[in-house]
Design a binder for this molecule. Structure first.
Ligand code: NAG
Ligand code: NAG
Ligand code: NAG
Ligand code: NAG
Ligand code: NAG
Ligand code: NAG
Ligand code: NAG
Ligand code: NAG
Ligand code: NAG
Length: 627
């Protein structure tokens, strides 16, 4: 018995040692998620037998048959499109994505129906950051415009990809890829990762015959299956493509795992025109990250010092004296250089000027746009808005998908946002959902929006009570719940809202006593409206509360009021007379001595201080208030 126990423990020990030793091997496979939008079943595409999951994680839209606008798009036949009736913003929210860096790629499609012949133009955001606006004519270009790709850092377990209508057709999405890459992939320097995204503008494999995806090159899966467009010549000078079948050292290494094939071809300049110049059109005034790839594959160069050149970007030398053999450690060995540049004009020019030897060479060029990632809305606020969305039965057309405040170009309709620099988060400071056909009830969670200054839900069909939790939203200045079906009494807690200026509860079915604290506020410069309700009472202008008064009590109250009025009139007369006397005395005094007026005041102040605590008449108080 004892020995078998010992054996079991030994076995368990070995088991754990085995698994802890092999852990790194298990975590080697990157996270991969591919979705065939609109598909009812998983799809496999040839020739790589890549698996695309059937459609899931979408917020709305309609699945249908689609056509591929480009040979680049995977061979899929369905898509999902989002008509405006499903709201201006729709998303794919993919959960359980491990924290890390990802290449996210979204392929666009065209609905294959006769009445859908327009290409849709819309905006695409990833994690609340606007990364791409589809340009006119994107579906006619047979190149990378059929997809958008960005390297992003995902940290909250969800990948949120949203499509924003711009009024030019229904966004139509064919496929989505979320491919994990190395945490230091495309590390360009400080600022990499958390606060920035790299949108792929272009990837060129220079001197290559065909354009290819990473899988076609049998590239490392951590490379993010990049697409490499081919460019045989830069077209400006007498440059020519060259290629080799030799193996290349230092290719396919961390963090970027470039496919070896990338370095087996290149564009070289010739003796007649030694400067190698690459140009392309870019969007002006943006920051770009530029990655250049070299390998000495020209058999005429055998040692360092035989080919040296400067690399200039828009005229500035960014890499002086590039000697590929020296810097990469030999011939047939990969060298990667990267730099960031602000391009103010519309043209990016990369020039390689030979300083030793008569030609320059480049194997591949990658250009990314550096995009500052938007700060997101505070998660608590998002949760509160989501409970509001379901409690009020928010109509689909309002959207409310993705992040409420970002991208800043496409906030949720009806939500006003404010940025808090200290927490680096967005907060909701206003809700304007008047006349939107809302039903349902007001959830207590509305009070989680602790920065609300204004709420207008006027003219809807909201029923049930006013949540008393609203009294904790101390910033509230405007609360307009007029013309709804709210019932029950007004919560006492609303009296705690000291900043409240406008309170419109008219046109509801409210009943009971208006909180005294609200009634008192009427004296100040506030506009409160309690009319047209089932039965509110307790403040001036509304019936008194409680049981009905007897006729005698009514007469008593009436008499009391008359006596009070009479007393007030008497007091006022007394005060007026006394004031006249004082003024006359002052006029006389002023005639006698120039400085007597001030003294008169002083005397009276002393006199009043003495009287302090004693009952004062209106006649005595009056002048002191006026003085
Ligand atoms: C494709 O891959 C799946 C597993 O992922 C496998 O079952 C299937 O046989 C493969 N098909 C081909 C044609 O290789
Ligand atoms: C999509 O195409 C298939 C045939 O490829 C057809 O059976 C199906 O009805 C089409 N679906 C729609 C929504 O048009
Ligand atoms: C795409 O897939 C269909 C079958 O689903 C096949 O008939 C067609 O030849 C494929 N096209 C390409 C370009 O691979
Ligand atoms: C890119 O360049 C920066 C500085 O220029 C350097 O620190 C960084 O290591 C480079 N990245 C890679 C992946 O080589
Ligand atoms: C590389 O090999 C292929 C055949 O495998 C051949 O056709 C081609 O000419 C070779 N290229 C060079 C530069 O040697
Ligand atoms: C480019 O980067 C610099 C600093 O990194 C920043 O100050 C500037 O605002 C950026 N420009 C654009 C257009 O993003
Ligand atoms: C609330 O919306 C209604 C209807 O649009 C409008 O008439 C009213 O003035 C708004 N209330 C406030 C306090 O602005
Ligand atoms: C308020 O109205 C709802 C129906 O809309 C009803 O169920 C509820 O009892 C009412 N509450 C009060 C206090 O009248
Ligand atoms: C209060 O609301 C009623 C309608 O319910 C309206 O007739 C009245 O003018 C409003 N009073 C004020 C002071 O706005």
């Amino acid at each position: 018995m004892l020995t078998s126990m010992r054996q079991l423990l030994l076995f368990l020990f070995c088991f754990f040692v085995f698994f802890s030793c092999f852990q790194p091997t298990f975590s080697r496979a990157p996270y991969v998620m591919r979705i065939s939008c609109g598909a009812r079943n998983d799809v496999r595409t040839s020739p790589t037998n890549t698996t695309w999951y059937k459609d899931f994680a979408y917020t709305g839209g309609i699945p249908t048959n689609g056509t591929r606008p480009s040979y680049l798009t995977p061979n899929l036949s369905t898509l999902r499109y989002f008509p405006l009736s499903d709201g201006p913003e729709n998303c794919y929210n993919i959960n359980r994505v491990p924290k890390g860096h990802y290449a996210v790629r979204i392929f666009f499609g065209l609905v294959s129906e006769p009445n859908f012949n327009n290409e849709p133009l819309f905006d695409v955001s990833i994690e609340g950051t606007l990364v791409y606006s589809l340009p006119t004519g994107w579906s006619n270009h047979d190149d990378e415009q059929a997809f958008v790709e960005a390297i992003v850092y995902l940290e909250d377990g969800t990948a949120s990809l949203c499509f924003h209508s711009t009024g030019h057709g229904d966004p139509a999405i064919m496929a989505i890829e979320i491919l994990q890459v190395d945490d230091r992939a495309y590390f360009y320097g400080p600022g990499h990762g958390q606060g920035t995204m790299l949108r792929t503008v272009k990837r060129y494999s220079c001197g290559a015959e065909d354009q290819k995806f990473g899988v076609d090159y049998r590239a490392d899966p951590w490379g993010g299956d990049r697409f490499w467009d081919s460019i045989l010549t830069f077209g400006q000078s007498a440059d020519t493509p060259i290629s080799t079948n030799n193996s290349i050292k230092l290719a396919s290494v961390a963090p970027n795992f470039y496919p070896e094939a990338l370095y087996r071809s290149a564009v070289v300049s010739t003796d007649t025109n030694p400067v190698l110049i690459f140009t392309m059109d870019v969007d002006p005034n943006r920051n770009y990250s530029i990655w250049l790839h070299f390998a000495e594959i020209d058999s005429s160069v055998k040692a360092s010092g035989q080919r040296v050149f400067d690399v200039l970007i828009n005229g500035d030398v960014v890499f002086p004296d590039v000697d590929i053999v020296k810097m990469s450690g030999g011939v047939y060995s990969a060298l990667v250089l990267n730099t960031t540049a602000v391009i103010s004009g519309r043209t990016l020019t990369i020039a390689m000027h030979p300083t030793t030897g008569n030609s320059a060479l480049v194997c591949a060029i990658e250009i990314f746009e550096l995009i500052a990632a938007e700060a997101k809305t505070s998660p608590g606020e998002v949760k509160a808005l989501q409970s509001l969305k379901s409690a009020l039965g928010l109509p689909l057309r309002l959207g409310w998908n993705g992040d409420p405040c970002v991208p800043q170009q496409h906030p949720w309709s009806g939500a006003d946002c404010q940025f808090d620099r200290i927490s680096n988060k967005w907060f909701i400071d206003g809700l304007g959902l008047d006349n939107q056909g809302l039903r349902g009830f007001l959830p207590a969670e509305i009070s989680k929006l602790q920065n609300l200054q204004s709420i207008n839900l006027s003219g809807n069909s909201i029923g049930g009570p006013i949540p008393s939790s609203l009294g904790t939203v101390h910033t509230l200045e405007v609360l307009d719940l007029s013309y709804n079906f709210l019932n029950g009494s007004i919560p006492e807690s609303l009296g705690l809202l000291t900043a409240l200026r406008i309170l419109n509860l008219n046109g509801n079915s409210l009943s009971g006593k208006v909180p005294a604290a609200l009634g008192g506020r009427l004296l100040h410069r506030a506009s409160f409206n309690f009319t047209d309700n089932a039965g509110l009472c307790g403040i001036p202008g509304l019936p008194t509360c409680g049981p009905h008064l007897s006729a005698g009590a009514k007469i008593g109250i009436g008499l009391g009021a008359c006596i009070s009025l009479l007393l007030l009139a008497t007091c006022l007369t007394c005060w007026w007379k006394r004031r006249q006397n004082i003024l006359r005395a002052q006029r006389i005094a002023a005639r006698d001595a120039p400085y007597a007026k001030a003294r008169t005041h002083f005397n009276r102040d002393v006199q009043m201080t003495r009287h302090h605590g004693q009952e004062r008449t209106a006649a005595e108080n009056g002048p002191s208030l006026l003085a």
